[in-house]
Design a protein around this ligand. Sequence first.
Ligand SMILES: NC(=O)c1ccc[n+]([C@@H]2O[C@H](COP(=O)([O-])OP(=O)(O)OC[C@H]3O[C@@H](n4cnc5c(N)ncnc54)[C@H](OP(=O)(O)O)[C@@H]3O)[C@@H](O)[C@H]2O)c1
Length: 361
Amino acid sequence: MFHSAQTWLCFTATFIRCASTMSGMMRAVTFEPGGPEKLGIASVPIPQLREKEVLLKVYATAINRADTLQRRGMYPAPAGESEILGLEAVGIIEKLGPGCVKSWKTGDRVMALLPGGGNAEYVASREELLMPVPDNMKFTQAAAIPEVWLTAFQLLFTVGKLKKNDTVLIHAGGSGVGTAAVQLCRQYGARALVVAGSQEKIDFAKSLGAEDGFNYKETEFEPKVLEHTQGKGVDLILDCIGGSFFNQNINAIATEGTWVVYGLMGGSTVSNGDHLAKILRKRITIVGSTLRARSVEYKESLISDFTHRALPHFSDGELRPIVHTILTLDSIKEAHQLMESNVTTGKIVIQVREESAKEEL
Ligand SMILES: NC(=O)c1ccc[n+]([C@@H]2O[C@H](COP(=O)([O-])OP(=O)(O)OC[C@H]3O[C@@H](n4cnc5c(N)ncnc54)[C@H](OP(=O)(O)O)[C@@H]3O)[C@@H](O)[C@H]2O)c1
């Protein structure tokens, strides 16, 4: 009946998956605090729906830096939320929970911004935190949108109050957030400069619309930014680096510029110096921002703005999700190792299920 051992194994794995779903169980990423080797796949119960939640049959999900921090035990899930990793998932609505009032219905193709739980075969999502998958977009592309695009949109517009023709300095210009921010700047009519650790990432950011880019491993970016802006400095900095770039940022920002700190990949401490004097003299606004810990109401409003202002441009081709690679749930260790190696440009997507032609639309 089976032509090879491989076919038999494949059949067995599929059978186990079907059987586990029928018994109310699903496969999900679990971990013990530590390195990527501490990640694993376990059979866990399919989530029970709470008020205003929908059950999503997950086709694809993605990896974020927050997952790597949570895995190391440094960024616990918010109280009451899933301990399973995964801040985003895309798929098909399987079931509506109690009290759902939005217009979503079973069978809808949606993207979800999650407080956790996305790296699994099913996830419960608040109905307010869903967006439609753009027309003609595969799930494995759509999975690269929710977390980094909503973050970039929030940092530029909600927090950074970006204006047309402003110049924005985007650190980690090849990152998931960075590649989204560059495209949003170009699409809106602002000027993006990037800092990144390789010429390839800089060239890629330029292909997305960045005016210029600087390799921080080879040169100080501060004099280059000042040269590019005729000594004025940038109006807005999107800073996910923190400590190691602090001195250069303070000199590269324009008078009355806004500096949004949203990550600390370069450390959380700052060297001695007359920093406060410079902040005072330049009247700099420094603001911190997170997304995961914000209220459902805040996220709903952000998602609504993004859905109206940015999402249509994924259908007309002005904006596009950037996918570095697509792996499977079983490759979760490799996915975390890849992200922590700092070589990726854009997102690491995890395909959870195959899409049929009908589901792809
Ligand atoms: N606050 C929020 O709401 C929020 C939400 C989402 C993400 N984030 C943060 O946003 C940042 C980017 O996330 P992501 O998922 O887009 O990241 P990502 O795609 O994994 O890219 C991160 C890139 O940053 C660069 N990098 C790493 N360490 C660095 C250092 N010490 N100095 C300079 N560059 C460094 C590396 O590229 P190169 O060195 O090659 O340039 C790395 O590939 C992370 O810090 C994440 O925690 C914050």
